[in-house]
Design a binder for this molecule. Structure first.
Ligand code: UDP
Ligand code: MG
Length: 327
């Protein structure tokens, strides 16, 4: 049996500072693997340009011109990390037997590719990369990320702690992923739902090689919120429970008021009343907001808008023999 074709999918958004270095290191890695005969020479590095505003796409074109090892996929505009990654994986699925996703900044150690391949050779369809330590991350990033995973699991979303989007997926797993048509993409929640034999490989997370993080706090919070509301209905259940509790308290208050009236006590509890109004009003608004979030999600899903458009593809044109036609 000839060696399998591996695609390394790298989403890039304004990554001109780091791209040349990333490309060089991935090239060395793949060439070493060719030398060992572990992967087919048809393997590629696939850069997805997520509507960058800098020279990222020109750099990708240049790399492709120099060496067909590099392919490029240009999205029609910025669609966010998750969509860019999905676009790259779906493109890779057409040509490869397996795809590994990685960030452009190579914070995920590329040595992990060997371990991914070992697990793949052992028959795993999905291999999750897990960060064993976050010493190189800033204190802020580390704490917020930890809080994120804790909160997610508290809210009942089944995700793998400290696993970001660095993973290997076989063609079969990618075909599974294709069946998920949701617009609110949260890949690390979806991938475990695919199932099949899987494994976890840990690696050290390094520093960003160059350029700056494309995930400021605001984006991170939005991402976390999206993940929770896409994978858990627990917040709505909490609202129901709060509703029950408040109702129980109000019944108690009613009894208390009636008894006080019988006993002839008529002190007007102004402070108490106004506090109750504010508090219950607040709880109600918050609850409505959370429910609204879910309604909004349903609305976005019901429109079934396309997730991305591909503007250009630099790479293999023909799909392979066992591929379905008409794609
Ligand atoms: N990214 C993207 N589109 C975006 C934002 C980010 O494709 O809108 C890519 C980015 O180029 C990088 C990856 O997503 O390859 C992760 O981003 P980053 O390293 O900035 O995030 P961090 O590691 O700081 O969480
Ligand atoms: Mg990064």
């Amino acid at each position: 049996m000839s060696a399998d074709i591996l695609y390394i999918v790298v989403p890039c958004y304004n990554e001109q500072e780091v791209l040349p270095q990333t490309a060089r290191r991935l090239q060395q890695k793949l060439e070493a693997l060719f030398g060992e005969g572990r992967i087919s020479e048809k393997s590629r590095v696939l850069f997805v340009d997520d509507g960058s505003r800098d020279r990222t796409w020109e750099l990708i074109e240049g790399l492709h011109g120099e060496n067909p090892l590099f392919c490029g996929l240009k999205l029609s505009r910025n669609k966010g990390h998750q969509n860019a990654l999905l676009a790259g994986l779906m493109q890779a699925k057409k040509h490869a037997d397996a795809a590994i996703s990685m960030d452009a900044d190579l914070q995920d150690d590329i040595g992990v590719i060997d371990n991914f391949l070992t697990e793949y050779e052992n028959g795993c369809e999905i291999v999750y990369g897990v960060r064993s330590s976050r010493e190189k991350d800033s204190f802020f990033k580390r704490t917020t990320a930890l809080g994120f995973y804790r909160f997610m699991s508290l809210m009942g979303a089944d995700i793998i702690e400290n696993h970001a989007d660095c993973r290997l997926m076989s063609r079969r797993a990618l075909e599974g992923l294709e069946e998920f048509s949701e617009i609110n993409l949260f890949l690390r929640g979806i991938v475990p739902l695919i199932g099949y034999k899987s494994a976890v490989v840990s690696y050290e997370r390094g520093e960003r090689l160059a350029g700056e993080s494309k995930y400021p706090l605001k984006k991170m919070l939005a991402f976390a919120f999206d993940g929770i509301t896409s994978f858990s209905v627990k917040p709505i259940r909490l609202i129901t429970i709060t509703g029950f509790l408040v109702f129980a308290v109000s019944v108690g208050m009613l009894l208390y008021t009636i008894i006080r009236k019988w006993m002839g006590a008529t002190v007007a509890g102004w402070a108490f009343l106004s506090c109750s109004i504010w508090m219950i009003g607040g709880v109600q608004l918050l609850s409505l907001g959370i429910i609204g979030e879910y309604v909004g999600k349903t609305y976005a899903e019901s429109k079934r808008r396309p997730r991305y458009f591909i503007e250009k593809w630099l790479g293999e044109q023909e799909t392979r023999g066992r591929e379905k036609t008409g794609e």
